[in-house]
Write a protein that binds this ligand. Structure first.
Ligand code: TEU
Ligand code: CA
Length: 577
């Protein structure tokens, strides 16, 4: 379905329509762990306001704020109880208004999270819906009859919750089953119902009217459900997100949302694209006709994932293929994002770099280089800019995340995996790594809180913290600042075409970003070994415009006369013709 063009024709750059958000760098704040201003151990809005300069000084253009709404916090705010209220532990609506003004005063924009595939089961809508089959809001959620099984009655189909177990729960009140693709305390909203959609749009309008600059739309591709509710096709049983993201009315709903909520305004619609293929993504964000502006993809960040939270092996060529395939498939009219870490994934340096003392800094800088020079709008997750690492979990009791706790209950207590295997895999993939408090300084609460932090602080905060990196010109933090500035000042890094120069190389990621004769070559040695490589002829005499500590023997601005490179471990360089 293609609607009327949404955006008036704007100036093009290398064939791309120009928009601020294509040229921007985003920074994600997960408020619970960012900064606690009142000492109760939980991050809050006032704390965020106090630390806005840290974000602004990085040079980013926009903040994506994870949910700040009233919530029982079964899934840390992704279970909203009241879409129009600020979580009491985060502050008041007045605090939110002040935050918005303070963000704008620093020349940045504020994008809020919106979770409308599901609500909390404590939301008034669900309380009413579950109260009786005759309730006016019965149809605002997905209720079905169970199907007969030997032992009596089972769920309506074989859909599974992403947080373990069946995606249906039988409600004793009325003897019917409700759908929840996530936890049972996160019932799915029924987008088939016109009144429900109107209510969702009204909620969104409320925040736009307040002046927020757009939304990051949580698992937005799941909102349309096949009304036949068929069992999973066998080929999708391991990755059911691809079934859920392919609902028949998705494009129709999102186009309607664009019309009803955005009303031709230029607020941003960033969709989370769990389960969305690149072909589908191209349609959802097609310039002028797609209902969304950008999508946050999972392919690259989850290259090491098998089923659910389980790990699988991967190689660097596998990873590079994802970036090329995305570029070839989505096409020029569809803008991409690059998001290799967030609150649902391990820490960037632990995940794709080397967190050991020797290589943590150079490998984190290499990853920053990748994120800030790839094709697509970059998203930085809080703490990555100071080089925070994974936490070492040694017991299930140390986890907070419902995904891990449910998986433990079903898989370990159910005898599917042994505890040791579970903990090893959980330490590789858990979302909790990214949720430990932000490390501001070396004090006991890491400068995050003067009280007892709600979640474990990584003991390495004594050395890895914002104060230390800000004082050190050679730090990860200053590399982020330089790279963000470089990106802003270098059109090929934003709008340039993409070409991988060594797709099959097992250690090297070397890609070009080009607008005509103006080109950059990014050379990353993704390994702890020296790697020789021959520069493509087109880059003979190119200038070095960024260099990480691995290649620090070379001076910035220096021309590369020899084509033969000898890359140090985790060397990261950017050349420009
Ligand atoms: O995440 C999408 C999502 O589906 C992943 O969390 C994924 O299911 C999980 O990690 C499987 O391994 C969004 C939010 O970002 C996440 O925090 C929420 O928990 C989820 O939706 C439900 O709202
Ligand atoms: Ca607090």
């Amino acid at each position: 379905m293609t609607g009327a063009p949404r955006i008036p024709p704007a100036e093009r750059y290398n064939g791309h329509v120009r928009h601020w958000w294509k040229e921007a760098v985003f920074y994600q704040v997960w408020p619970r762990s960012f900064m606690d201003a009142n000492g109760d151990g939980v991050g809050d809005i006032r704390g965020l306001i106090d630390r806005l300069d840290h974000i602004a000084e990085l040079g980013v253009d926009a903040i994506w704020l994870s949910p700040h709404y009233d919530s029982p916090n079964v899934d840390n705010g992704y279970d909203i109880r009241d879409y129009l209220a600020v979580a009491a532990e985060y502050g008041t609506m007045a605090d939110f208004d002040e935050l918005l003004a303070a963000v704008h005063a620093r020349g940045m924009r504020l994008i809020v999270d919106m979770v409308v595939n599901h609500s909390s089961d404590e939301h008034a809508w669900f309380v009413e819906s579950r109260s009786s089959r005759e309730s006016e809001k019965r149809d605002w959620y997905v209720w079905r009859q169970g199907r007969p099984v030997e032992s009596g009655e089972g769920p309506p189909n074989d859909w599974r919750s992403f947080f373990s177990g069946p995606a249906w729960t039988r409600d004793a009140e009325t003897g019917a089953w409700y759908l929840h693709l996530f936890d049972e305390k996160q019932p799915d909203l029924n987008w088939e119902n016109d009144d429900l959609r109107a209510a969702v749009y009204e909620v969104m309008r409320y925040w736009l009217d307040k002046g927020v600059d757009g939304f990051r739309l949580d698992v937005i591709a799941f909102v349309s459900k096949d009304q036949a509710f068929p069992d999973y096709p066998p080929e999708h049983r391991a990755k059911p997100e691809y079934v859920h993201a392919a609902g028949p009315r998705l494009l129709e709903y999102l186009s309607e949302m664009r019309r009803e909520v955005y009303r031709g305004g230029d607020a941003l619609a960033i969709g989370e694209a769990f389960g969305v293929t690149f072909v589908q993504a191209g349609r959802l964000v097609a310039e002028g006709s797609g209902p969304l502006d950008m999508l946050i993809h999972f392919d690259a960040v989850r290259v090491d994932r098998g089923e659910g939270w389980r790990r699988r092996d991967w190689t660097l060529p596998d990873w590079k293929r994802i970036f090329s395939e995305q570029d070839e498939t989505m096409g020029r009219e569809a803008w991409r994002t690059i998001c290799l870490s967030n609150h649902d994934n391990p820490r960037l340096v632990s995940h794709f770099g080397d967190e050991s003392e020797t290589w943590r800094v150079p490998s984190a800088i290499l990853l920053a280089t990748l994120v800030l020079t790839q094709k697509g709008t970059p998203f930085i997750y809080q703490g990555d800019e100071i080089g925070m690492t994974n936490y070492r979990f040694t017991d299930i009791s140390e986890f907070d995340d419902i995904e891990m706790r449910n998986a433990w209950a079903l898989d370990v207590l159910g005898g599917v995996v042994d505890a040791e295997t579970f903990l090893a895999e959980a330490n590789a993939t858990s979302r909790d790594h990214s949720r430990t408090p932000m490390q501001w300084d070396a004090s006991p609460g890491a400068g995050f809180s003067t009280g007892a932090p709600w979640f474990s602080v990584n003991p390495n905060s004594s050395t890895i913290n914002a104060r230390a990196v800000r004082a050190d010109e050679g730090s990860i933090y200053h590399a982020y600042r330089r790279l963000i500035r470089l990106r802003r000042d270098t059109p090929p890094l934003v709008y340039g075409d993409y070409r991988d120069h060594a797709p099959e190389h097992p250690r090297l990621f070397a890609f070009e970003r080009r607008i005509g004769a103006d080109a950059c070559l990014v050379v990353l040695n993704v390994a702890g070994d020296e790697t020789p490589w021959r520069l493509p002829d087109a880059f003979a005499g190119a200038r070095l415009v960024f260099v990480g500590p691995g290649g620090a023997s070379r001076a910035l601005g220096e021309r590369q006369d020899s084509l033969d490179l000898r890359l140090a471990p985790w060397d990261a360089r950017v050349y420009r013709t």
